[in-house]
Each structure stands twice: as structure tokens, then as C-alpha cells.
Design a protein around this ligand. Structure first.
Ligand code: EPU
Length: 418
């Protein structure tokens, strides 16, 4: 079992390029199957979730090749419409293949994604939207069988909650349908704009991403395209939280500051000094963050749930009190008990966590989920002494060699086996 060994209280300084966004590259890779021919995707990070997605594409019959950060997907021939259960288990977000496979093949089969480390993850909104477009879906022994015998047809889809995955699945399916689909109540996350940009490069006609109404003119003839994935705003938030907590001066490139403005506002209020340009963020911190006004997670443009744990870790080793309210996922505080092993003072009541800044010390802790694991790394970088962070498979789902990136900034962090 591998773990990170981290010696805390080292100032972080230097410049880092932020890698491509996990939550952007996954739907974009799924979208490759819409266009017969070879798509070229740049800035593909080395993540286990990306590897699982590439395995799904291979399983469907695509030829996939990776050269550094560039992936080519040749979807000239798609032979299968079923995603193997083991790959569905490995990555819940493989549900995104439902819309894409349905659009290309007129049918799709995948196992029902169960709950995960963040609590129950229903897909009712995805299924309701696809049914509205004309899909017939039945569940048998945990497998979803979807088909569209009369084709998919454009219509108005109302999402009662701006689900990121349901918005993306509907966009992908609608590209393969006839007529115009209007998604009302769509999620507004920047990754959805990146997907729109790629779909339009394929020749689709999608408009409105970034707002809560997206329209898709279906049935366009799609052709392969080349695309560069946007920078990962949550990875950027993680590096910035680490530098804020440990102290230092870092410059991040390849990420749009506007995409994480709520996180930057919090770090500024906590005492960091920040400058930004078009795709650059510069942060300077003396390493003693102050408590800030209540942080409430919300769909974009609100404070991202994915950044809750890393910012909490940074504030837990500061001074003063901060109240967090997690409003997106039911169970996204599993890192709290691990942070407590390092001396963090965090009280949980339902969806609220009250953090009182404290001096943290090194400890042996376990990642509980992707962002929770990253939060433990942030805390360990700011804690006095040595920490060991285990269960790295969670972190490797969304961070491309996190230890190498942080070492570049001067952190003392090593991946070890034992
Ligand atoms: N929801 C439903 N029914 C549905 C779909 C969602 O009730 O059919 C609920 C979920 O249970 C959850 C909330 O709606 O409580 C938000 O879910 P959403 O569908 O927006 O999330 P997602 O598409 O499953 C993506 C990201 C997550 C990120 C969320 C919220 C990907 C691959 N994943 O998940 O990323 O937290 O949006 O922004 O894009 C992460 O990167 O660590 C991560 C978990």
C-alpha cells in the first residue's frame, strides 16, 4: 500500500502549471464516440479516472492512444453499447456514457451506479431527461437497459436541480436526436462550457452553456475534432489552499481565476494576498490564515463543494472560527475525523461544520475520498512534524502526481510503499 510521507511547515514557493480538469476531460472523452473518426484531446491529465474512461472507450470498440498529455480516440467503429460492470464500479461518472452511447448506437447498457463515498448518488435526473428525449429505460438486476427504438427527439427538459452530470448526459444524447432540445435549469459549471466548446468543434450546435438554459440542435453530422481541456479549478484551489496554510508565494498558470472566484475571495478574506491575470493566479501567504465568514457550498457560481475540504483543512490550521455548510452532498465531511487526528478542532452537526483554527501536528491518516484525501495533504503540509497519508488511490483519481507538483513548490512529500 502506498502512502505520502509529508514533513510539514515548509514554505511553498514557485510556479506551477495546473493540469487539465478531471470533470471536463471525462465527458469530453465520452463525447468522442459521437463522431466517427479520430479526435485528438490535449491536456489530458494522468488520472486513474481518465485511465478507466479510456478502458471504457476501448471496451466499446474505439482505438485509443496516449502520447504524453495528448489522447487520440478513434471512434470510426463502435461495436458495443455495454459498459462492463467492473468499470462502472471503478468510476461512478461513467454514467456519462449513457447519453453518448445512446446518441451514437441508439442503445446503451450499464450497471446502475450505486452509492459512493459521498453518500447516495441517484441518477433519476439523468434518466428522467433521457426518457423525455424518447429513451426507453428499464432496470433489471442492477443493469440499466436503454434504447430509443423511435430515435431521440428534441424537447424541453426541465432539471429540478442543476445536476452537472444530468446536464452533460442530456447535451450528449440531444446531439444524437432530431430537432431542438432546450435544457432549462441546467448546471452552469465551467466544465459544461468546455464540453459545449468540444461538441461545437465536432460540428454540433450547442448554445447557452454557462447559463441555466442550454439549447442543442440535434442531428448535425458530426466529424472528429481537436480540443485542449481547460485547467482544473479544484486542483488550483488545492495548491492555493496548501500555500495559504503552509505559507509562501506561488504562481499558478493554465487556470482561469474567474472559475474559482469564490475560493479566491475566501483565501483573500483569510489573509492571503492575491493577484490574477487572464490565466494566472499569484498567491502570497504568511501561513497563518484567519477565520472567515460562513462558507456555504452551492452549484456554480457558488462556492464549489469540491473545494470545501481543502479550504477547511487550510482554515483548520489557522486562527479563528469558520462555519461551513455543505449543501450538495449528504456525506462530504468524512475527512473531518482524520483531520481531528492531526489536532484539528472541528464540530459537526448535520450539514454544518464549525472549524476553530488550531496548531496541527503530524499523524498517520487515511484518505476517505478524492477531495478529502487532498485536504489531509493540505493539513499535513501545514502541520508540525511528519504525517503519513494513506489510501492514495482516492487522490490519484483526480490529481496527476500530486507529490511531484508539490515537491516542485518546495514541499517535503514523498510517495512510499509499505
Ligand atoms: N442528484 C440527484 N439526482 C441525479 C443527479 C444528482 O439527486 O440524478 C444530486 C446528487 O445526489 C448530489 C447533487 O444532485 O447531491 C449534485 O450532483 P451532480 O449531478 O451535480 O454531480 P455529479 O455530476 O455527480 C459532478 C462532479 C463532482 C462534483 C459535482 C458537483 C464530475 C465527474 N463530477 O458530479 O465532482 O462534486 O458535479 O459539482 O463532473 C469531484 O471531482 O471530487 C467530484 C465529486
Amino acid at each position: 500500500m502506498s502512502f505520502f510521507e509529508i514533513t510539514g511547515r515548509r514554505r511553498l514557493s514557485g510556479s506551477l502549471a495546473v493540469h487539465g480538469a478531471k470533470n471536463s476531460v471525462l465527458p469530453i472523452l465520452a463525447a468522442c464516440i459521437l463522431a466517427p473518426g479520430e479526435c485528438v484531446i490535449h491536456n489530458c491529465p494522468h488520472l486513474s479516472d481518465v485511465s478507466a474512461t479510456l478502458d471504457i472507450l476501448r471496451g466499446l470498440g474505439c482505438a485509443v492512444h496516449r502520447d504524453g498529455n495528448t489522447v487520440t480516440v478513434d471512434a470510426s467503429v463502435v461495436q458495443r453499447s455495454a459498459v462492463p460492470e467492473q468499470l462502472m464500479r471503478e468510476m461512478r461518472s461513467s454514467v456519462i456514457f449513457l447519453g453518448a452511447t445512446l446518441a451514437r448506437m441508439g442503445e446503451a447498457q450499464l450497471s446502475y451506479p450505486g452509492g459512493c463515498e459521498l453518500g447516495p448518488r441517484p441518477i433519476n435526473l439523468h434518466l428522467d431527461a433521457l426518457r423525455k428525449l424518447g429513451a426507453q429505460i428499464r432496470e433489471e438486476d442492477g443493469v440499466l437497459y436503454c434504447c430509443a427504438p423511435d430515435g431521440l427527439h428534441g424537447c424541453e427538459v426541465h432539471l429540478p436541480f442543476p445536476s452537472v452530470g444530468a446536464t452533460e448526459n442530456t447535451m450528449l444524447a440531444a446531439c444524437g436526436g432530431s430537432g431542438t432540445t432546450t435544457i432549462v435549469g441546467a448546471a452552469r459549471e465551467p466544465e459544461i462550457e468546455d464540453l459545449q466548446m468540444f461538441l461545437n468543434a465536432l460540428g454540433a450546435q450547442v448554445q447557452g452553456a454557462g447559463s441555466n438554459v442550454i439549447t442543442v440542435q440535434g442531428a448535425a453530422r458530426l466529424r472528429p475534432a481537436e480540443h485542449t481541456v481547460m485547467g482544473d479549478r479544484i486542483v488550483a484551489a488545492t495548491y492555493l489552499s496548501a500555500a495559504g496554510a503552509a505559507g509562501g508565494e506561488v504562481e499558478l498558470t493554465g487556470v482561469c481565476p474567474e472559475h474559482l472566484s469564490t475560493v479566491l475571495d475566501v483565501l483573500e478574506e483569510a489573509g492571503c494576498r492575491l493577484w490574477y491575470a487572464k490565466d494566472m493566479i499569484h498567491l502570497c501567504s504568511d501561513g497563518r490564515l484567519q477565520g472567515v465568514r460562513a462558507i456555504r457550498t452551492a452549484p456554480y457560481p457558488g462556492f464549489p463543494t469540491d473545494a470545501q475540504s481543502v479550504v477547511m483543512a487550510a482554515l483548520a490550521c489557522g486562527r479563528g472560527r469558520t462555519v461551513f455548510e455543505e449543501n450538495i452532498f449528504q456525506s462530504r465531511y468524512r475527512h473531518v475525523s482524520e483531520l481531528a487526528r492531526m489536532g484539528a478542532d472541528i464540530r459537526l452537526t448535520g450539514r454544518t461544520a464549525v472549524v476553530q483554527g488550531a496548531d496541527l501536528h503530524g499523524a498517520d491518516v487515511c484518505s476517505t475520498d478524492l477531495r478529502g484525501g487532498a485536504a489531509l495533504v493540505v493539513a499535513a503540509l501545514a502541520a508540525e512534524g511528519v504525517s503519513r497519508v494513506g489510501e492514495l488511490h482516492h487522490i490519484d483519481r483526480g490529481y496527476d502526481h500530486l507529490e511531484l507538483a508539490l515537491s516542485k513548490l518546495g514541499a517535503e512529500i514523498y510517495r512510499k510503499n509499505g
